[in-house]
Design a protein around this ligand. Structure first.
Ligand code: PRX
Length: 655
């Protein structure tokens, strides 16, 4: 692979003049600064981007690796940095959030408003006894209140754990229990694509499942007024709680290592991991990457379409843009309602200048735009756009080119940002004023990030040869631990054979010419479906927990044109192998079961049945074969070690 000249998109100098990092020489100077004095580089930026209550005296503490500490003796408050600081700088009247509801209704909130609302909720939480270090689960849809809830927790030093509104009662219960949350903040319902969907009812179900005894209070934001159950001793309306609360709330000044949030994410084995992030280092990278990767300027309107339930919504909605005093769009709905022109219409209406979305969304909108001019980006005025971004999964060059041409009018750089829940912010990404672009490549490490590609023993592989993506040095916004599972943290991310490097879990390759990185996908049993991270084992456990029906299950991913990867499950039932209509019926039942156990995003796209799974004589499932079957490939691999080759024909059959 080589990035020949034809595929390279140079920096559009005219539009990028004045960028925060302008030109490759500036980029290289930052890389060199970090190399020359790593701790000093991050300390300089931490002073520039973060306002500290007590200044730190030390940058990196690596004395207890891999439990790294950054800026440890400094104290600060994230909510102060995102809100008060902007008001003090004279931005009180500036719009912080332009909220567009599912039905198109728009609400604008200034920095002063957002500060007042955050303080009132923070005071309400304190009145309920929530204090520094307590965990609060937030189970809400996209809303101003969702951002306010996160900021209010940060203000009082409570550690939030946001759970995506699409997760089931069972998943929510697991996360509440794992975090030991004292409070859940939710809404009566959420509205998406014209439909009202329950939230509070799912919280009730989660708590009823047991194990959530730590929860004393549930605060409910009234979004729709839809009917919901009520436990008077536990449940409180948000508007009642905040009424009469002062609009001032002294921030809780916390140490830089204080856990700002936990966010559960899927791993290759076992239950989801509670990724723990810090306060100081995290905020630094959130603000810094928002500024440099998106080249945010005072008059920009930034729109990140992610949900606050995922890390992208944390760093690039709840924290990064607000820390910079930017104006951002927050959207409640879905890209296809009322029609597939919604994104383009919103860019036009709100004059969005920096737009950040996922390849899955682009790919699904391409199909719909091809089918109808009315929802094609060309039917909208997108001239406000300056920079486009992509996140969550590899963007295939065809989708990249379409996005560049049709949405960006050929003039907007696309920043393909590689990062993870664990990394807190961008790791490998173009800087739009500096980095020439190659479709499908996330280009170069963010200045200061020591990303590299190594073999199984941690030795560098030459460019042009694929390998394991690692980060050789700790960085400020890295995961601090897995909540309550320090050993798992060490073994998952710092395996002894990799010389103490951080293991990302992805494969990658660098171009022999310019050294650009291309991510080749996960190297573990983690799937990426529509940019959502799912563990194959989690889905397998959900299937086999259907003990009435399922004896055994194996789950693999297969490439999918729209969702990137699709979930394909191979199932052995307790009874006879079903065929025809019976197979279809049971497959539907099992898909719904998984939806209830984990959430709709985990439902397998396809379920196939066999009398057994392909196993070696020692009983090991041959997943390689299952991956080929899922792709409908002819089996060319050696099957001589297979105990039961006859099942291959069964498992090749679609229902
Ligand atoms: O496989 C990589 C993929 O998404 C994984 C991280 O998922 P999550 O923790 O849910 O965070 C998603 C939002 C940052 C990675 O291990 N991934 C993320 N961004 C990219 C990507 N793969 C290729 N290119 C990207 N830009």
């Amino acid at each position: 692979m080589s990035n020949d000249a034809a595929t390279v998109h140079p920096v559009p100098e005219a539009t990028m003049q004045g960028a925060h990092v302008f030109g490759m020489a500036a980029h290289q100077a930052l890389v060199a600064e970090a190399e020359a004095d790593y701790g000093g580089y991050w300390a300089r930026l931490a002073r520039e981007f973060v306002t500290w209550k007590t200044p730190f005296t030390k940058s990196l503490d690596d004395s207890n690796a891999p439990f790294f500490k950054w800026f440890e003796d400094g104290t600060l408050n994230v909510s102060y940095n995102c809100l008060d600081r902007n008001v003090e700088r004279g931005l009180g009247g500036k719009v912080a959030i332009v909220f567009e509801a599912d039905d198109g209704q728009v609400t604008r909130v200034t920095y002063s408003d957002l500060l007042a609302r955050t303080c009132r909720l923070a005071n309400a939480l304190k009145a309920r006894g929530v204090k520094k270090g307590d965990r609060v689960v937030i189970y809400m849809a996209m809303s101003i209140e969702g951002v306010v809830a996160m900021q209010a927790c940060a203000r009082i030093g409570a550690t939030h754990s946001v759970v995506f509104g699409g997760f089931s009662a069972q998943s929510l219960r697991d996360r509440i229990e794992g975090a030991g949350a004292v409070m859940v903040i939710t809404a009566d319902e959420q509205v998406r694509g014209g439909k009202q969907l329950p939230l509070k009812a799912i919280v009730d179900d989660a708590i009823a499942l047991g194990g959530c005894e730590s929860v004393k209070d549930v605060i409910v934001y009234r979004r729709t007024g839809g009917k919901t159950g009520w436990h008077p001793s536990r449940d409180h309306w948000m508007h009642d709680e905040t009424e009469g609360q002062p609009e001032v709330c002294e921030p809780e000044w916390v140490g830089a290592e204080h856990p700002l949030f936990l966010l559960y994410t899927s791993g290759s084995t076992g239950k989801p991991k509670g990724v723990q992030h810090s306060t100081g280092g995290y905020l630094l990278h959130a603000a810094l990457t928002t500024k440099w990767t998106f080249d945010i300027r005072d008059d920009d309107v930034f729109w990140c379409t992610a949900d606050i339930g995922w890390v992208t919504g944390h760093t690039y909605i709840a924290y990064g843009p607000l820390a910079l005093g930017a104006t951002e769009v927050v959207f409640e709905g879905v890209p296809t309602y009322p029609d597939a022109g919604r994104f383009w219409k919103m860019i036009q209406d709100h004059k969005v200048s920096v737009f950040y979305t996922a390849p899955t969304a682009i790919r699904s909108l391409i199909k719909l735009a091809d089918a109808s001019d009315a929802v094609h980006p060309k039917s909208y005025d997108l001239s406000s756009l300056r920079i486009l971004g992509s996140v969550g999964e590899p963007i295939n060059p065809a989708a990249w080119e379409w996005y560049h041409r049709n949405v960006g009018g050929g003039r907007c750089p696309i920043v393909d940002t590689f990062w993870q829940t664990e990394t807190g912010g961008h790791m490998i990404t173009p800087l739009p004023g500096a980095t020439p672009l190659v479709p499908g490549s996330c280009t170069l490490p963010f200045p200061g990030i020591a990303a590299a590609i190594v073999d199984e023993t941690g030795n560098d592989v030459p460019n042009g040869q694929g390998g394991i993506l690692v980060v050789k040095k700790p960085w400020p916004s890295m995961i601090r631990t897995i909540w309550g599972e320090a050993d798992r943290f060490k073994s998952s991310y710092f395996p002894p054979e990799l010389k103490g490097y951080y293991l990302a879990g992805d494969g990658a390759i660098r171009d022999p010419g310019n050294g650009y990185f291309t991510i080749t996908g996960r190297i573990d049993d983690v799937l990426n479906v529509s940019g959502h991270r799912m563990g194959t084992m989690e889905i397998e456990s959900a299937l086999v927990s259907c003990t009435d029906l399922v004896a055994e299950a194996a789950v693999v991913g297969r490439p999918d044109d729209t969702t990137g990867e699709a979930i394909c499950a191979f199932v052995v039932l307790k009874g006879e192998r079903p065929t025809g209509a019976a197979a279809k019926k049971i497959a539907t039942e099992l898909r719904n079961w998984v939806g209830r156990e984990i959430g709709p995003i985990a439902k397998p796209k396809e379920i196939r049945f066999g009398d057994n799974l392909p196993k070696t004589r020692s009983g090991k499932i041959m997943r390689r074969l299952l991956r080929s079957l899922a792709k409908d490939e002819e089996i060319t691999q050696d099957t001589s070690t297979l105990e039961n080759p006859a099942v291959l024909a069964q498992l090749a059959e679609k229902n």
